[in-house]
Design a protein around this ligand. Structure first.
Ligand SMILES: [Zn+2]
Length: 329
């Protein structure tokens, strides 16, 4: 993965691992699909992802007066993906439904007769959406996977494309931009992708999960403080959850496939759990008398750092949840 202007660029394989590990405190209940319209395929030269993303950010900030680039991710015709706005912030994507959403912009104009989405581009649109469904425990449905076209531009009301709508993500996006088109052509691919992924994920399990306690923890090539830092991986920041695949002299191997090691001294073991209630209230302390400070959804993955009186403290969030509604893995 490469970094420039504060954006991270990589392949879908990079991002599947990145999304799995990134910490997101915000509740996410939907994933938005957009096309950029302009810039379109004619602007892409195979290596200018950073420049295109920077130009979109500048337009959003300077022209629109937004605090940051609108979208969390942009995908490209060659199958690459770049990050945008922080995952902790609501996007500026669809008026009326940004607050608990993730926004993906697919570079191009997918209205009929304009750009024809490449195979690689379709593939990452599906796989990125699947990875986000898995991360946030979202069902593959037209309630959680949303096209911009389904919302009234002025009021933000969902009307499924019947009045005052943009064509976004394009009248020819995966066979069309209607709800039925999404159900017929896009969602089956996302479901198929998840089916292929789930058995693999459950078959290979890490030894344990740890949470980083140092401000910044270097990733090294061997289980040794004197070994070289891994050049393609930036230090891990405080609060990140890491999967431990191997242990050696107090050092943890944190990649399944590569020799990426961190010192275990600067981590704390956490327990992985899955929410088994429809909506699980998060509270400010380990009791029903403490105030409600958020909620998690069924299937969502949490990491529990401490247990007190059958209440668990969610790693780094500092929020507490009743252990009754968690399946421990
Ligand atoms: Zn849009």
């Amino acid at each position: 993965m490469k970094t420039q202007y504060g954006f991270i660029l990589g392949s879908i394989q990079d991002f599947e691992a990145w999304i799995r590990d990134v910490k997101v405190g915000r509740t996410v209940v939907s994933i938005q699909q957009h096309h950029t319209y302009s810039p379109d395929y004619s602007s892409f030269n195979g290596s200018n992802q950073f420049e295109l993303q920077k130009a979109m950010k500048d337009y959003h900030v300077v022209h629109n007066g937004w605090s940051d680039i609108g979208q969390h991710f942009t995908t490209f015709p060659d199958g690459s993906i770049i990050t945008g706005r922080s995952m902790e912030l609501s996007p500026a994507g669809i008026k009326g439904c940004n607050s608990a959403s993730i926004c993906i912009e697919h570079l191009g104009n997918f209205d009929a007769g304009k750009n024809e989405m490449t195979f690689q581009h379709q593939d990452i649109a599906v796989r990125l959406t699947a990875a986000l469904c898995l991360k946030f425990g979202l069902p593959v449905s037209t309630k959680s996977i949303l096209y911009h076209h389904w919302f009234n531009l002025a009021t933000g009301e969902r009307n499924n494309g019947t009045k005052n709508n943009k064509s976004c993500p394009g009248t020819a996006f995966f066979g069309g931009n209607k709800v039925q088109d999404c159900d017929d052509h896009f969602l089956p691919l996302v479901s198929q992708c998840l089916k292929e992924k789930l058995p693999q994920l459950s078959a290979v399990r890490p030894m344990k999960y740890v949470c980083v306690t140092a401000d910044s923890l270097n990733v090294r090539e061997r289980a040794d403080g004197k070994s070289k830092k891994v050049s393609e991986r930036s230090p891990v920041s405080s609060g990140s959850i890491l999967r431990v695949w191997k242990e050696e002299n107090g050092w943890y191997k944190i990649s399944e496939s590569s020799e990426h090691w961190v010192s275990g001294k600067f981590t704390r073991v956490v327990q992985r759990a899955t929410v088994n209630a429809d909506t699980l209230r998060a509270r400010s302390g380990p009791s029903v008398s403490c105030s409600v400070v958020g909620a998690y959804l069924s299937g969502q993955e949490l990491f529990i750092e401490e247990v007190e009186n059958k209440w668990g403290r969610v790693s780094m969030d500092g929020k507490w949840v009743s252990m009754k509604y968690l399946d421990m893995n």
